[in-house]
Write a protein that binds this ligand. Structure first.
Ligand SMILES: *Cc1c(COP(=O)(O)O)cnc(C)c1O
Length: 385
C-alpha cells in the first residue's frame, strides 16, 4: 500500500537519537532548547516553545492568550479536531467560520461578516485560529487586519506548514499573528515522532507557555512571589500540565529540520507533476495563491461528483489497488461531540460540500515518479462520473 503520507528517516536521524540515549539527559536536557532555537531561527520568530504534541502547543497557546470559560474561540470546520478542542479544554465556546471553497482555508469575507454580526450582539471572539490547510497559508494579511479592527487575538494552526512561505516570509514569523503552532507528527513535514512547537515574538507569551507545559512551575526567581528559599526551590504559579518534549524527540526533530527545505522542495515537485496530470481530468485541486509557497503536507482532490456513495466506492477501489487514499477532514462541527454542543449539518455549507468531494492522495518526499504515474493512471480509470 502506498500511504498518503510517510516519514523519511535517515541514518543521521537515527544516530542523533542514539546519541541522546547514551547521554545524561532523556528529558529536560540541552537538546530541546537547541531544537527550539533552531526552529525559531528557521521561521524567523523570536521565541519557540516545544511540547509533546501540537495539540499540547495549541492548548498552551490559547491559555497564554488568556482564553477562559465563557470566551469565544473561532476556527474553520476543515481542520483536525485538535484545533477546536484546545479551546474546549479551557471551557471556552467554539464557533466556526466557513472556508473559501477554492483555497480550503478560512474565508476572510465570511470572517468579516461574522465579526460584524458578533460585535452588534457583544459576542466577539477572544481568539481566532486560521488553519494552513494542506500547507498553504490562509489570507493572513486580511485576517490580521480584521483581527486588529475587532481587537481579536490570532493563533495560526500551521501544523501542516513548517517550511512554507507567505508573502516571501517564513510561515511562523508571526507578522500576522500572536502565536503560530507547528506539528511534528510523523505524517507532517518534519517529525519528532510526537511533538509540537509554538512560536511567537512576545517574550511574555513564550514564558507563559513555558510555565503551562511544566505544571505551572517556575525556578525563575524573577517571576516568583517573594524570595527563593534556596537552590532546590520552585514555585507553582498556575495550573499547568506535563506537556514537555523529551530529548529523544528533540534530537530527531533537530536532525530532521536540516532536511526541511529538501522535503518541501520535493513535495512541491511532486505536487506540480500531479497538477499537470490532473489538469486533464474532471477534478479540482486547491487553488494556489500567488503570494504563497505551500509546504504541501496534503494533496487533496475535489471530485466533481457529489454522490457520497460514488466517492466511497472510488475510495475503496483505490485502496484495493494499493493506493492509501484518505479524507481530510470530516468537518469538525459534524462530529457527535460538537453536534451535542448544538451544531447542525447545513451550518457551514462550503465546508460540508468540500468534505463530500474530498480525497487525499499520496504525497511524501519518498514517493517516486513511477508510483505517482501509477496513482494518476489508476485514478483516471476509477474516477466516478
Ligand atoms: C496534526 C494536526 C494537529 C495535531 O497535531 P499533533 O502533533 O498530532 O497533536 C492539529 N491541527 C492540525 C491542523 C493538524 O493537522
Amino acid at each position: 500500500m502506498i500511504p498518503y503520507g510517510r516519514q523519511d528517516i535517515s541514518q543521521q536521524d537515527i544516530d542523533a537519537v542514539i546519541e541522546v540515549l547514551n547521554s545524561d539527559y532523556l528529558t529536560q536536557g540541552p537538546v530541546v532548547p537547541k531544537f527550539e532555537s533552531a526552529v525559531a531561527t528557521r521561521v524567523n520568530a523570536n521565541f519557540a516553545v516545544a511540547s509533546n504534541s501540537a495539540t499540547s502547543s495549541l492548548h498552551s497557546a490559547v491559555w497564554a492568550l488568556g482564553l477562559e470559560a465563557g470566551d469565544l474561540f473561532w476556527t474553520t470546520p476543515i481542520t483536525f479536531v485538535a484545533t477546536a478542542n484546545c479551546a474546549r479544554y479551557l471551557g471556552a465556546e467554539v464557533d466556526f467560520v466557513d472556508i473559501d471553497p477554492a483555497t480550503f482555508n478560512m474565508c476572510p469575507e465570511a470572517l468579516e461578516r461574522k465579526l460584524v454580526a458578533a460585535e452588534k450582539v457583544g459576542r466577539l471572539p477572544k481568539v481566532i485560529a486560521p488553519v494552513h490547510m494542506c500547507g498553504q497559508s490562509p489570507d493572513m494579511a486580511n485576517i490580521s487586519k480584521l483581527a486588529r479592527r475587532f481587537d481579536v487575538k490570532v493563533l495560526e494552526d500551521a501544523s501542516h506548514a513548517i517550511g512554507a512561505e507567505y508573502k516571501n516570509n517564513a510561515v511562523g514569523d508571526c507578522s500576522h499573528s500572536d502565536i503560530t503552532v507547528f506539528s511534528f507528527h510523523p505524517v507532517k513535514i518534519v517529525t519528532s515522532a510526537e511533538g509540537g512547537m509554538a512560536v511567537t515574538n512576545s517574550e511574555k507569551l513564550a514564558s507563559k507557555m513555558q510555565l503551562f507545559r511544566s505544571h505551572g512551575i517556575t525556578r525563575d526567581e524573577k517571576i516568583m512571589q517573594g524570595e527563593s528559599e534556596g537552590p532546590w526551590y520552585y514555585q507553582q504559579l498556575a495550573l499547568g500540565f506535563n506537556y514537555r518534549m523529551t530529548e529523544l524527540q528533540a534530537a530527531l526533530g533537530l536532525s530532521q529540520l536540516k532536511r526541511l527545505d529538501k522535503f518541501v522542495l520535493r513535495r512541491n515537485e511532486l505536487a506540480r507533476r500531479y497538477d499537470a496530470m490532473f489538469s486533464e481530468l474532471p477534478v479540482t485541486v486547491q487553488k494556489l495563491q500567488a503570494d504563497c509557497y505551500s509546504s504541501y503536507h496534503l494533496y487533496v482532490l475535489q471530485l466533481s461528483c457529489e454522490s457520497l456513495a460514488k466517492r466511497l466506492s472510488f475510495f475503496k477501489n483505490l485502496r484495493a489497488k494499493g493506493i492509501g487514499a484518505n479524507v481530510h477532514y470530516i468537518p469538525v462541527h459534524l462530529q457527535p461531540y460538537y453536534q451535542n454542543l448544538g451544531f447542525r449539518s447545513g451550518d457551514f455549507p462550503y465546508s460540508e460540500d468540500y468534505y463530500s468531494r474530498a480525497i487525499s492522495i499520496p504525497l511524501f518526499p519518498g514517493l517516486s515518479f513511477s508510483e505517482q504515474d501509477y496513482i494518476v493512471e489508476t485514478i483516471s480509470r476509477e474516477l466516478p462520473q
